[in-house]
Design a protein around this ligand. Structure first.
Ligand code: ZN
Length: 144
């Protein structure tokens, strides 16, 4: 089994404000801080949400949209290099007012009510994405 090895370099606490687009804000924070590899956590609340579900059969994302206030129960993701640039990949679990939980692949269009986000920047082996024919996704390339 091939592996990549990295260590934590620093932790960036990202200022995420009311009305921000969550994915755009995290992506901008990675660019501004020159973060090419790391993992990301986020909790908080959204005013509305858009998130994806990858259809393995169709090899494409379908989008779910919820236009009501939601809790961010858990947001977990990473940043790695795709097409030479930092690429944020984050999945999110959300709860409605009854506590029903759903979630998926974070898309643009998740408008923040309040959020607490940390990016753990990593250093060491590079982690790059490459298109994978079998899944139709850009996956980590462990062959380099
Ligand atoms: Zn995803």
């Amino acid at each position: 089994m091939k592996k990549r090895q990295q260590t934590i370099k620093r932790v960036i606490w990202v200022e995420v404000k009311y009305g921000d687009d969550l994915l755009k804000t995290i992506s901008t924070a990675c660019l501004e801080n020159n973060i090419k590899s790391g993992f990301i956590t986020v909790i908080g609340a959204l005013q509305k949400a858009k998130f994806g579900y990858y259809s393995q059969k169709e090899k494409r994302y379908r989008e779910n949209s919820i236009k009501e206030p939601l809790e961010i129960i858990s947001g977990l993701g990473n940043v790695s290099i795709k097409d030479g640039k930092p690429f944020v990949h984050l999945h999110i679990s959300l709860a409605d007012k009854k506590g029903n939980v759903f979630g998926g692949h974070l898309n643009e269009g998740c408008i923040v009510f309040a959020a607490e986000c940390a990016i753990f920047e990593l250093e060491g082996d590079k982690l790059k994405r490459k298109f994978d024919e079998l899944t139709g996704l850009s996956l980590w390339d462990f062959s380099q």
